[in-house]
Design a protein around this ligand. Structure first.
Ligand code: HSE
Length: 427
């Protein structure tokens, strides 16, 4: 008896999967101890370049629900609505599903995982987070001799690719994004990548697994990289930092912090050296120190490898469904989080300006760790000119910092908005 597999979607990951499944078919069937056959593909759009051979194809996703000869459906269409309908219908018919879709899991994962549990069918999602890195498999072990206290990662390949190109080649943001799209890394709507939503969705899934809470995307604080400039990257570099888009989940006294945002990372930390489409996830544990996972975070073959890992695990009977939501999630507000900050302030080059910046920060209990007044005059559209003042603060609660920035922005000599980027202490 073979395992009959249906695939939904014909994008970069589906095409990667078809290629890997065909070139490794004997090996995969040997691992599963039975033939694995792709017997149906459905996608709302046919792509001529997809090598379907004799596999039946249709543009109606319901064909995957109604084909009772299918044992498993692999959902690779992305997005939420159609993917949700398809996964739910398949699970309700007792058919297992493998998905690479973090958006649908972040939005409907609690419900879908509950249906899978009730129906005793797998809903596997290794490919949904960090592409080719087996981070879901790692978290599923629950680290029995440990607790995971924190997760810090670079989990959006597109952001990392763009920041690397800006930093190492001086490529403009838009050009770097175009290259990431051409390489098939970006989402259909790349604002999900650069705006941080994609990383937020992945973080919500990782946190649910690590801390046994529900998937709560609305509790993730989310900032993207759209406002990061080559000057910010250069100024951070002069202080000894790289700018990365980080995802952070931290549990302290049952309160959980979940945030994705650009951050200054010390150049000697592993995360500062994770470049291009590479992803990295670091887990802080009680008894095994820091566990570090790195690898390609996007791309057809890398992501398809994780899909195939789920497929062979399910087919060979080794797959274990992870449980989540054992306890409610109590989230920490961003205003209550303490960080050091990088501030870039455009100020008029007049005597006393630096002193007023120092006074206002001090009145909020904020110390300056380093400050550089750049000799780079910037002429603005109204012909006035400003110079950047770049500051690193000591650790401060975010709410207090925001109040000080509001006061600074109300000064005539300081242009609004002030750029603030968190410095992340990875010790
Ligand atoms: N757009 C995603 C990324 C693809 O850039 O990381 C992988 O989830």
């Amino acid at each position: 008896m073979s395992i009959n597999v249906g695939i939904a979607g014909l994008g970069v990951v589906a095409q990667g999967l078809l290629e890997l499944a065909s070139t490794n078919s004997e090996r995969l069937s040997a691992i599963a101890a039975k033939p694995l056959c792709v017997t149906r593909v459905a996608s709302r759009r046919l792509r001529e370049e997809a090598a379907l051979g004799s596999i039946p194809f249709s543009t109606d996703l319901d064909d995957l629900v109604n084909d009772d000869d299918l044992d498993l459906v692999i959902e690779l269409i992305g997005g939420t609505d159609a993917a949700y309908d398809l996964i739910k219908a398949c699970l309700n018919r007792g058919r297992g599903v493998i998905t690479a879709n973090k958006a649908v899991l972040a939005t409907h994962g609690n419900e879908l995982l509950e249906i899978a549990r009730e129906r005793h069918v797998p809903l596997a999602f290794e490919a949904a987070v960090a592409g080719g890195i087996p981070i879901i498999a790692a978290l599923k072990t629950r680290f029995p001799a440990n607790s995971v206290n924190w997760i810090t990662g670079i989990i959006n390949g597109t952001c990392n690719y763009i920041l690397t190109a800006m930093s190492e080649e001086g490529v403009a943001f838009e050009d770097a994004l175009r290259r990431a799209q051409e390489l098939g890394y970006a989402e259909a709507d790349p604002t999900f990548d650069v705006g941080g939503m994609d990383a937020a969705q992945k973080l919500a899934i990782l946190v649910a697994l690590a801390f046994d809470v529900p998937i709560e995307i609305d509790e993730v604080y989310c900032e993207g990289i759209q406002d990061i400039t080559i000057d910010d990257i250069r100024h951070a570099d002069e202080f000894g930092y790289s700018i990365k888009h980080l995802a952070i989940g931290r549990q302290e006294d049952d309160v959980i912090e979940m945030r994705v945002h650009p951050a200054l990372v010390p150049k000697d930390n592993l995360l500062a050296r994770v470049n291009d489409v590479e992803n990295a996830v670091q887990l802080g544990t009680t008894n095994t120190g820091v566990l570090r996972f790195t690898g390609p975070g996007a791309g057809g073959h890398a992501t398809a490898s994780s899909v195939i890992a789920d497929l062979t695990n399910i087919a060979s009977g080794l797959y274990q469904q992870p449980g989540i939501g054992g306890k409610p999630l109590q989230a920490r507000r961003m205003g209550d989080v303490s960080s050091e900050f990088f501030l870039s302030i455009a100020a008029t080059d007049r005597p006393g300006v630096i002193a007023s910046i120092g006074e206002i920060l001090a009145s909020h209990g904020i110390s300056i760790a380093s400050m550089v007044q750049k000799q780079e005059e910037v002429v603005r559209s109204d012909d006035s000119s400003v110079i950047p003042v770049v500051i690193l603060t000591n650790s401060v609660v975010e709410r207090e910092l925001d109040q000080s920035l509001q006061e600074l922005e109300s000064l005539d000599d300081i242009a609004s908005p002030i750029k603030k980027i968190r410095v992340v202490d990875l010790a």
